[in-house]
Ligand binder design. Structure first.
Ligand code: NAP
Length: 479
């Protein structure tokens, strides 16, 4: 078991662990019990600006470090995490609440971003073109954007950090990471690991704060900060885009989702149920990719419903770090309130509860299946972020596509059909940044992850993820 007294809990600035000038600290709670695990430092605006100073001072040296060397730091970080999967998984299970199998999967996924971007560090492109007139040359190169401000959510405390730190460091940027206050311990542990892997002082800085709004405003109005990469809710993302507008800060936004899961009559039932369980229940439904709305064609709906109720009903609810658990607690009481209110609102609107539907003690909410929620009900419009599946039957492909697209979100959609031609045609018409065909898990460090509409701007992972931390420079050369 992790010795929580040995965990780093101060701010990590310029390669040193420093206390905040604010004397109050932030409690880190175990969602399974509500008890404090430990406390972490609570950064002031001045602490945030000190982190920017450290990142700014380290930037020229890191940008000039050979790409191979930058890549090797990331490669060592990949190897260090891989050797400590169990340790990181337990830490995540304790502060976030997710079940150990989900936590282990997250740690491996998080490590893969470091491996992928270790390889991308030496693939920064550039090219030389001949202008159409033939007399001049167009030289194109890419340079690191600069000091990058990274803000991450609590639902994937390791992977959302590595998905940003990996490409930033590969590109030659230095970073100030502000993790969610619910899950800061994984971020601090990651900072210690990167230092061990050879990241020089100031290249990676991590700060926690109970007052993210004034701190973010100060950083986004500091002209030394040139990049914001945010993962979190659409509401906060919208606010940060406004803050970033004053200095035209380069922004990447990974925001909320409201994923539809389409099951056609010709789907492989067992495959669709396997995919539904991953798409719905990974992290207990607390994922931006979580399937919110299950649109199931009339000819398969009864069998699919029966199978989903059986599988969700077989899940074991308990503390994430108990090895028997397959569905952990939600992150905090406010999350339970939100899920509970959505379910009650759906029932008041005419939905029927086929499984669960009644909150448990503390932060626990049981796997729940509903049918019959009316079109337009909040449970079909808002991100549920909990273990609740809402089933809606449909008749025609036209109807399914229209229902799926009827949302301001556009992160991911899932399609199940054995007719690949039809599935691809449907995927073409879905207004989402990502579509899973006969797959309930689409996250992959080598693929461009991101949304359209109000789900975000830009992509993380893949080569696109590296390019998000590079500026294009055109040099008009006469020779
Ligand atoms: P959130 O409330 O938006 O918080 C995300 C981060 O923003 C946290 O670090 C939070 O700090 C910080 N924050 C909150 N208010 C802020 C402000 N006014 N100024 C600056 N920073 C602020 O979201 P969440 O509840 O943690 O995460 C869940 C959301 O993230 C869901 O909507 C989910 O879909 C989305 N998400 C998207 C992706 C994706 O890739 N598209 C991936 C994962 C999650 P505090 O913790 O201190 O409040």
């Amino acid at each position: 078991m992790i010795d929580t007294r040995a965990l780093p809990t101060e701010l990590f600035i310029g390669g040193a662990w420093v206390p905040s000038s604010r004397t109050t600290r932030i409690d880190v709670l175990d969602p399974a019990t509500g008890h404090a695990i430990t406390t972490v430092a609570d950064a002031t605006v001045e602490d945030g600006l000190a982190a920017v100073s450290a990142a700014h001072a380290a930037f020229p040296g890191w940008a000039a470090t050979a790409p191979r060397e930058r890549g090797e730091v990331l490669r060592r970080a990949f190897e260090l995490i891989t050797a400590r999967v169990e340790w990181f998984a337990e830490l995540i299970a304790r502060e976030n609440g997710k079940a150990m199998p989900d936590a282990r999967a997250e740690v491996r996924y998080a490590a893969e971003f470091f491996r992928w971007f270790a390889e991308e560090a030496v693939r920064i492109p550039g090219d030389l073109r001949v202008a159409p007139g033939g007399a001049t040359r167009v030289l194109v190169q890419h340079q690191p954007v600069g000091v990058s401000f990274l803000i991450t959510p609590w639902n994937f405390p390791a992977a959302m950090a590595t998905r940003k730190i990996g490409p930033a460091l590969a590109a030659g940027c230095t970073v100030v990471l502000k993790p969610a206050s619910e899950t800061p311990l994984t971020a601090y542990a990651m900072a210690a690991l990167l230092a061990e892997a050879g990241a020089p002082p100031g290249v990676v800085n991590v700060i926690t704060t109970s007052k993210p709004a004034p701190l973010s405003a100060a950083l986004l109005h500091d002209p030394r900060v040139r990049k914001l990469s945010f993962t979190g809710s659409t509401a906060v993302g919208r606010h940060l885009l406004r803050e970033a507008a004053d200095h035209i800060v380069n922004c990447s936004m990974e925001l909320g989702g409201n994923a539809p899961f389409l099951v056609f009559d010709d789907a492989d039932l067992a495959g669709a149920l396997d995919g539904a369980m991953i798409a719905k229940m990974r992290n207990g439904g607390e994922a931006c990719t979580s399937a919110n709305r299950f649109y199931v064609q009339r000819g398969i709906v009864d069998r699919f419903t029966e199978g989903l109720v059986a599988r969700m009903g077989a899940m074991v609810v308990g503390p994430g770090y108990d090895e028997r658990t397959t569905c952990g607690p939600l992150i905090n009481p406010a999350a339970v309130e939100k899920v509970d209110a959505l379910v009650k609102g759906a029932v008041a609107g005419g939905a029927r509860v086929l499984l669960g539907g009644t909150r448990g003690a503390g932060c626990f909410y049981p796997p729940t299946v509903l049918v019959g929620a009316p079109v337009g009900n909040a449970i079909l419009r808002e991100e549920i972020f909990g273990p609740v599946a809402v089933l809606v039957p449909f008749d025609t492909t036209e109807e399914a596509v229209a229902l799926a697209n009827d949302t301001e979100y556009g992160l991911v959609a899932y399609v199940y059909s054995e007719d690949l031609k039809k599935a691809l045609a449907v995927a073409d018409r879905l207004e989402f940044g990502m579509v899973g065909i006969n797959r309930g898990l689409i996250s992959d460090p080598s693929a461009p992850f991101g949304g359209v509409k109000e789900s975000g701007l830009g992509r993380e992972g893949a080569h696109e993820g590296l390019m998000a931390y590079l500026e294009t420079k055109y040099i008009a050369a006469a020779w």
